[in-house]
Ligand binder design. Sequence first.
Ligand SMILES: NC(=O)c1ccc[n+]([C@@H]2O[C@H](COP(=O)([O-])OP(=O)(O)OC[C@H]3O[C@@H](n4cnc5c(N)ncnc54)[C@H](OP(=O)(O)O)[C@@H]3O)[C@@H](O)[C@H]2O)c1
Length: 508
Amino acid sequence: MRNDFPTLVIFGASGDLTKRKLIPALFQLLTEKLIPEHIKVVGFARREKTDEQFRAEMRDALSEFSRANPTAESELLQSFISRLYYQCGNYDDPQSFLKLSKRLSSLDEQQGLPGGSGNYLFYLSTPPSVFGLIAKQLKDAGLVCKPQDTDRWTRVIVEKPFGRDLQSAQRLNNELLSVLDESQIYRIDHYLGKETVQNIMAFRFGNSIFEPLWNAKYIDHIQITVAESVAVGSRAGYYDHSGAIRDMVQNHILQLLALIAMEPPASFEANAVRDEKVKVLTALRLYKGEEANTAVVRAQYSAGAIHKSHIPSYLEEHGVAEGSKTETYIAIKAFVDNWRWAGVPFYIRTGKALKERVSEISIVFKQPPLALFHHEHHDGHVEGDDMPANSLTLRVQPNESIRLNFGLKVPGPDMILDPNDMEFVYDEVFDTAPPEAYERLILNAMLGDSTLFIRNDEVEAAWTFVDSIIESWQHANAAKVHEYEAGSWGPQAADKLLANGGHRWLIY
Ligand SMILES: NC(=O)c1ccc[n+]([C@@H]2O[C@H](COP(=O)([O-])OP(=O)(O)OC[C@H]3O[C@@H](n4cnc5c(N)ncnc54)[C@H](OP(=O)(O)O)[C@@H]3O)[C@@H](O)[C@H]2O)c1
């Protein structure tokens, strides 16, 4: 194991993410011996707390959320808990950061290092309003080393959301880049930590059978669905200022799209991969003014039921502004205007309070040039010309799988075809549970591998596309906000969006 593992400092350590995800992820990495036992964690937040209180809370959190399921007597658990520390402070107070610096120095010394010479990984798990301020305070307190230093390093993980439009994202990038080098900044999109999302690259570039077909010549269109079955519930106040396009499209969905559409990178090195993703994001066609009316459908859920429980309409949720136009659903017919993808629609959709929780990407291939055979419907009805096209579906969650759908001859005297799936299901093939996204991401940041983190130009390219749509909604003739019943697959207008191109959603 490498010997340059850092002390991890979590800002916002009194929050939900720390106890649900970050501390359990660290403990899992320890359990799997992927990080050294002596690793130390300093939690920083504004509320008063002693080390002992923080330790007790994290012990409870581990018994609730850790997938390693440690017993109270576990030596590893006890040793981990004893290396958690808590520092209370204010983000606008330089003294708080000087105190933090002293604390880190004394922890370094305990470890036999000269004070202040350790490696530090700072995790910004606070509201984004203080991301820039924390970076500046770290620098002023002497806690940021130069990127070219060879004997120690500083890295900063930045949580989402990264801005709420291009301008605020640029402002945040400028704030961070005024005190840190891009190579020291690790912007999180936890989707990239998911095993199945990483497998998109492995599947495409580690195999030779599909890549020759992966272009406008053979692919008819692509569908990306990220459906959530939960309504906004207690997050309504936050969500009403965000909406589906900011919450899901700008980050997760455009990352999926970039991985599906990118050219093979020259290597799997972080910048080589991210260079290719940026090229895709900057090739996304922007929608100006009324152009968006025919390419984008936005909607809000009305009252309905999901798994038999009643869901109030979005406008009735506590915290939603009266008459709010915030979209809880969006479908976009996007185009990547480059040589490989010219004319191929990328239909993307995401929403809350939909029928099921599922994230899937389907590559729908072109029909054979001539329909020679018949297709049999499951009700036995036979038609000549509506055989579904071949499709390849990568299911990101739940029940991670890869499914290839093709037509097969139905046994019997007639030449009739029936579409069937050939399916690979992760759980059935591999008997180890895939790592949680945060485990992979924290480990990679500790190892200095930023392949699965978002670079500044990626963020800005994604916002440029998203902003073009949000701006079109300000237009006097902007298309209306549609409605869909909670528990359905979304508004009819989104079905029409595909029907206009001769397509239909594969999940409906
Ligand atoms: N929870 C998740 O699953 C999740 C998923 C994705 C992204 N995120 C992102 O991760 C970050 C942390 O999430 P979280 O769920 O842990 O958030 P949280 O519980 O709402 O907040 C984290 C901590 O930030 C501090 N805080 C609150 N308001 C603040 C302010 N105005 N200035 C400075 N500190 C403030 C609070 O600690 P003190 O009051 O003690 O300082 C709080 O415990 C956020 O940026 C969030 O968007 C979370």
